[in-house]
Design a protein around this ligand. Structure first.
Ligand SMILES: [Zn+2]
Length: 410
């Protein structure tokens, strides 16, 4: 929980500290906020009155308080503001409209046909988002903004993916500028792992956790880091590229310049390649018949489904990947002293529990990782929508999370 500052000229920060305390709870009271934040009862009372007048917070029900009279419960007014989140993935565009409580009110998923121009996709995403807002009857002036999530690394100055060595659909496309032009709202851009972490902080497993990482396995593998109650972005705003940790020094070359990166060893393409090699040797597997019909049929999804059904070949390969990921989880936990590790992203569908179990096993059994506490591992409940929900949360977070920069900004 954040602490407030009982000093003059810290108004915005304290407002956001109070708002954060209300948002993180399920109905808190003025007295509890003062206790949690260290702000005086009078400061809390003034801020809460202002937030109620602005329609951002509402009193709903009451909370028992021992012998005294019940305290009014404070909650965020979900209709106070809205945000749009758009996840631009190489294969799909996912869009959500989110209320102030972090609940998705509408969603859209579009698969991207091959060869489509990125600007046409952005224009189509903008049209879809505006039509979702219109269907929900949300006026434009209640929308705080649009969050866009893409596979990193991101060039924040240009508002685009900066990945010249990876032939990615979204590389060097000025997503922020194009989206702002087509949608007519302010756009915030971030990588999918950061977005997913903020989404978890706003309305998922990270809601009351001060130090956690989200290991996001989508197109690549990256981590969103939420440390000491703040998203940690690093000097160039691209912290958390754990996908380029070397796990096999003699492994295949990666576009980043290393060999045997986690991403190169654990990506869907790497899994498919290894399973195909095993099947080509004639190993007994439920996938063998499918492979004979056409190797392309044995894709990442089919392999993950087979692994979940205990197919020996699929399970052997997925278990190997799980061990690499678990080793990396221990490194992250050792380096950052985390309370919680959340895993999610499109690549772990059907095999999330295999990955979670292996990570938990490593974190429980490695002496450094368990020295003071066992790091919990949770599977994101946001499924394929994690990055889109996180992208919408970026907007709410930017507007309402306590930012110590407010204290020093001239
Ligand atoms: Zn790499």
């Amino acid at each position: 929980m954040f602490s407030g500052a009982n000093l003059p000229r810290v108004g915005t920060y304290n407002i956001n500290v109070v708002l954060s305390a209300i948002q993180a709870s399920d109905g808190t009271s003025r007295v509890e906020i003062a206790q949690q934040t260290g702000l005086t009862a009078q400061t809390v009372s003034v801020i809460v009155r202002r937030l109620i007048e602005q329609g951002i917070v509402e009193e709903s029900g009451s909370r028992p308080s021992g012998a005294g009279k019940p305290r009014k419960a404070l909650r965020i007014n979900p209709a106070a503001a809205y945000a749009v989140g758009i996840h631009f993935d190489p294969l799909n565009v996912s869009i959500v409209v989110m209320d102030m409580n972090g609940q998705a009110l509408a969603r859209s998923h579009q698969e991207i046909p091959p060869g489509v121009d990125p600007e046409a996709l952005i224009a189509e995403a903008a049209r879809t988002a505006l039509s979702l807002l219109s269907d929900l009857g949300i006026p434009r002036d209640r929308v705080l903004g649009v969050g866009a999530a893409c596979p990193g690394p991101i060039d924040q100055a240009q508002g685009q993916v900066s990945s010249p060595r990876r032939r990615d659909r979204w590389s060097e496309v000025p997503i922020k500028r194009l989206l702002e032009r087509h949608i007519g709202l302010a756009v915030t851009i971030d990588n999918d792992a950061n977005a997913a972490a903020i989404g978890e902080r706003w309305s998922g497993h990270g809601r009351n956790v001060s130090d956690f990482a989200f290991l996001y396995m989508g197109t690549g593998i990256g981590a969103g880091l939420f440390l000491s109650n703040h998203i940690y972005r690093g000097v160039s705003l691209n912290a958390g590229e754990f996908g380029h940790t070397v796990v096999e020094p003699n492994g295949p070359p990666c576009y980043c310049g290393n060999r045997g990166c986690l991403e190169a060893m654990c990506s869907p393409a790497a899994i498919v390649k290894e399973v195909h090699a095993e099947l080509a040797l004639g190993r007994a597997s439920k996938l063998a018949l499918m492979y004979e019909e056409g190797p392309a049929l044995v894709d990442h999804r089919a392999i993950c489904l087979a692994a979940a059904g205990y197919d020996p070949v699929a399970l052997q390969v997925v278990n190997r990947v799980a061990e690499y990921l678990a080793g990396c989880a221990v490194t992250i936990a050792n380096a950052l002293d985390l309370e919680l590790l959340i895993i999610g992203g499109r690549s772990i569908t059907h095999v999330a529990e295999i990955y979670r179990a292996k990570m938990s096993e490593f974190l429980r059994s490695r002496p450094l990782a368990r020295r003071s506490h066992i790091v919990r591992v949770a599977i994101s409940d946001m499924a394929d929508d994690g990055a889109a929900l996180g992208a919408a949360s970026l907007v709410l977070h930017a507007a309402y999370a306590p930012d110590t920069a407010h204290l020093t900004r001239v």
